[in-house]
Design a protein around this ligand. Structure first.
Ligand SMILES: Nc1ncnc2c1ncn2[C@@H]1O[C@H](COP(=O)(O)OP(=O)(O)O)[C@@H](O)[C@H]1O
Ligand SMILES: C[C@@](O)(CCOP(=O)(O)O)CC(=O)O
Ligand SMILES: [Mg+2]
Length: 317
């Protein structure tokens, strides 16, 4: 049996604008998705967290329209695109495919802005390629993963799939990936972030990205977000970094992807921390707060009082 794991991600700056080529900063965090793939008489996809199971002839996966498959679409698209890649680059014979049972479980809250779709996608790509005895390097995995998010969502950036593939801290611009090193890395490592799970998200990332595409002032807002990301790279000061997070949040609010609950938690982050913003596609889900250690106890009390779940965000390499 093959077993692979992938982390989650958090976007520190630049979500949505990054889909249009602007810069974003993201970090892999320690919530795991686990994918197992084992021999089976028929091909079965078992999504344990969603309590969904699908039995499907393997040949059908190669030709299906993934958008007809609801919650299975990221996983099915990842299987399809991995098999096609292995066939064109690694000598896999598509006429003679072994059936498998693929099981996915995750610690990542689904549809909350922490990249559950990308983590499910990357785990599936790694699991399937390993099951068929092929080695894919990180560049190949990230490329297939980005293709899957684009195909399923219609529009996507490489941020989530790249961060979950390469891990650590990344800067993404026009879908080019750069590892963040040096002073900026050391500064971000010295920051303590809390992730607050604020509310269930009603919409999928694909819907939010498509709504943003229709926003009249999106270009101007994206430019401003782009400028904030530039500044965040040279600040090295928690007070200023926090203020930039607040400014980024206000622009996401202008873009229409915040909610009253997210705004409320961001306000708490501003008062009891250095700053805060929603993270990921928005529309609910999570807020990230830059903790001011001097006021941490008050912050925690305030979050508890309002029944907001939180956890410390730990980077994985
Ligand atoms: N644990 C999981 N098992 C199976 N599919 C998952 C899992 N987590 C996420 N997905 C897929 O990703 C979709 C959510 O993706 P998305 O809206 O982009 O949210 P997120 O912000 O968490 O990435 C789910 O509807 C499902 O298709
Ligand atoms: C909104 C966006 O920038 C991030 C979406 O992240 P998530 O699916 O909400 O975890 C979309 C993308 O970069 O593809
Ligand atoms: Mg997603």
């Amino acid at each position: 049996m093959v077993l692979v794991e992938s982390p989650a991600k958090v976007i520190l700056f630049g979500e949505h604008a990054v889909v249009y080529g602007y810069r974003a900063i993201s970090m892999a965090i320690d919530l795991k998705t686990t994918c197992t793939v084992e021999e089976s008489d028929t091909t079965i996809i078992n999504l344990k967290d969603l309590k969904k199971r699908l039995e499907i002839p393997i040949e059908e996966i190669l030709n299906l329209d993934v958008n007809e498959y609801g919650d299975f679409k990221y996983v099915l698209c990842a299987i399809k695109n991995t098999l096609l890649y292995l066939s064109s680059h690694k000598n896999l014979d598509l006429r003679d495919l072994r059936s498998f049972k693929l099981t996915l479980t995750s610690q990542i809250p689904i549809s909350c802005g922490l990249g559950s779709s990308a983590s499910a996608t990357i785990s599936t790509i790694r699991g399937i390629s390993k099951f068929y005895g092929s080695y894919l390097n990180d560049d190949e995995v990230a490329k297939i993963g980005f293709g899957v998010e684009k195909e399923v969502q219609g529009k996507a950036s490489a941020t989530d799939t790249a961060t979950i593939t390469y891990k650590g801290l990344l800067e993404i611009e026009r879908n080019n990936i750069k590892r963040i090193k040096g002073e900026l890395k050391e500064f971000i490592k010295s920051c303590k972030f809390l992730i607050c799970y604020c509310e269930e998200r009603k919409k999928k990332t694909s819907e939010l990205v498509n709504e943003v595409a229709k926003h009249k002032n999106k270009d101007e807002i994206f430019r401003k977000i782009g400028n904030i990301v530039e500044k965040s790279k040279i600040t090295f000061n928690k007070n200023e970094f926090g203020k930039l997070m607040n400014m980024n949040h206000n622009l996401l609010k202008e873009l229409g992807v915040s909610t009253l609950k997210l705004d409320e938690v961001v306000e708490i982050g501003k008062i009891y921390g250095y700053g805060a913003k929603l993270t990921g596609a928005g529309g609910g889900g999570c807020v990230i707060i830059l903790v001011d250690e001097g006021k941490e106890d008050d912050l925690i009390n305030e979050l508890k009082e309002r029944d907001v779940e939180y956890f410390e965000c730990r980077m994985v390499y």
